[in-house]
Design a protein around this ligand. Structure first.
Ligand SMILES: NC(=O)c1ccc[n+]([C@@H]2O[C@H](COP(=O)([O-])OP(=O)(O)OC[C@H]3O[C@@H](n4cnc5c(N)ncnc54)[C@H](OP(=O)(O)O)[C@@H]3O)[C@@H](O)[C@H]2O)c1
Length: 292
C-alpha cells in the first residue's frame, strides 16, 4: 500500500458493519459498499456497488462483515461474488466471525488468484464498533497484517497477529465462548435468585460490586432490569459461535464441557424464536425453562 489511502470495498452493513464502515469514511478512506439489502446503505454517503464482484473490481482492499460461513462463502464465491471481480495484488479481509476451517479454505482459494487474505474478526459489540475501540484478532501473513495496520487502527484500539490463516478465527472463538458463558452464568444467577425469592435489582447491585463483577456484566445488567433485549449482539450469532467453538474444540481435542452445555441452551433459545434478540435474551430462555 502506498501512503495514499487504499480504496476500501466494504461488504455487510449489519449492526457492526454500519458503524465500522462509517469510521473508515470519517477517517478519509474512499469507501464503496455492498449490502445484500441495498436500502441499508441509504444515508451512508458513499458509493454503492451493485454486486460484490463490481465492488472488488473498484477497490484495493475488500472487507467483509457478514454473518457466518455460508454468507461469507456467498459474497466471496457466489454468483457475482468477490472472486469474480478481484484481481491479483489486492487484499481481502474478513472481519466477521466464521470458522477457522472456512478462513483457511477461503484464504487458499483467493490465494490461488494472487490475493492477500487476512481473517480479522473482532471482539467488542456495537458501542466499541462505533467508538473505534474494537479488538482485532488477525490470522494470515504478518507482512500483510502490518500493511493493513492503519485500517485496523481506525476500527480498533488494539490488533493482535495470532499467526497464520485461521488463527484470528480461533482467537475469536476463544474469547467469545467466555462472553457467552459469562452471560449464561449471569442469567442462571438471576433465575436462581428469582426462584428462591431474591429481589433481582438488589441481586444485580450485589453482583456488580462482587469479585465476579466485569465490564460485560455492568453493560448487560440494565437490560435485565428493564426486561428488554433489543439486539446489539444478536443471540443467533452467539449460538453460531458456540457451535463453531465446540467444533474447533472437537477437532483440536480440547475438553470444553461447560461450553458444550451452553451451546445446547443457546440452540434451544434460537429454536424458541429468540435469535434476533440480544444475547442477554438467554435469560428469557432460562426463565421459560424455570417456569418463571
Ligand atoms: N453484533 C455484535 O456485537 C458482534 C460483535 C463481534 C462480532 N460479530 C460478528 O460479526 C458478524 C456480523 O455481525 P452483525 O451483528 O453485524 O450481524 P447482522 O446485523 O446480523 O448483519 C449481518 C450482515 O450480513 C449480511 N448477510 C447475511 N447473510 C448474507 C448472505 N447470504 N449474502 C450476503 N450478505 C449476507 C446481512 O445482509 P442483509 O442486510 O441483507 O441482511 C448483513 O449485512 C457476525 O459474524 C457476528 O458473529 C458481531
Amino acid at each position: 500500500m502506498s501512503t495514499e489511502k487504499p480504496k476500501i470495498g466494504w461488504i455487510g452493513l449489519g449492526h457492526m458493519g454500519m458503524p465500522m464502515s462509517r469510521n473508515l469514511l470519517a477517517a478519509g478512506y474512499p469507501v464503496t459498499v455492498y449490502n445484500r439489502t441495498p436500502g441499508k446503505a441509504d444515508g451512508l454517503g458513499c458509493a454503492l456497488a451493485p454486486s460484490p464482484a463490481a465492488l472488488a473490481a473498484a477497490s484495493d482492499v475488500v472487507i467483509t462483515m457478514v454473518s457466518d460461513d455460508a454468507s461469507q462463502d456467498q459474497v466471496l464465491f457466489g454468483e457475482d461474488g468477490v472472486a469474480a471481480g478481484v484481481s491479483a495484488g489486492k487484499t481481502v479481509i474478513n472481519m466477521g466471525t466464521v470458522s477457522p476451517g472456512a478462513s483457511r479454505d477461503h484464504a487458499a482459494r483467493l490465494g490461488r488468484l494472487g490475493i492477500d487474505v487476512l481473517d480479522a474478526p473482532v471482539s467488542g459489540s456495537v458501542k466499541p464498533a462505533t467508538d473505534g475501540t474494537l479488538l482485532i484478532l488477525v490470522g494470515g501473513d504478518k507482512a500483510v497484517f502490518e500493511r493493513c495496520q492503519p485500517i485496523f487502527d481506525v476500527l480498533g484500539k488494539r490488533s493482535f497477529h495470532f499467526g497464520g490463516h485461521g488463527q484470528g478465527a480461533n482467537a475469536k472463538l476463544a474469547v467469545n465462548m467466555m462472553l457467552g458463558l459469562t452471560l449464561q452464568a449471569l442469567a442462571e444467577s438471576v433465575v436462581l435468585g428469582a426462584k428462591t425469592g431474591l429481589d433481582t435489582d438488589m441481586l444485580l447491585d450485589m453482583i456488580g460490586d462482587a469479585a465476579v463483577a466485569s465490564p460485560i456484566i455492568a453493560m448487560k445488567s440494565p437490560s435485565i432490569r428493564a426486561g428488554k433485549f433489543p439486539a446489539a449482539f444478536p443471540l443467533k450469532h452467539m449460538a453460531k459461535d458456540f457451535g463453531l467453538a465446540v467444533e474447533a474444540a472437537e477437532a483440536a481435542g480440547a475438553a470444553v464441557p461447560i461450553t458444550r452445555a451452553a451451546c445446547g441452551t443457546f440452540a434451544s433459545a434460537r429454536k424458541d424464536g429468540l435469535g434476533d434478540n440480544d444475547i442477554m435474551a438467554v435469560l428469557t430462555e432460562l426463565r421459560t425453562q424455570s417456569a418463571l
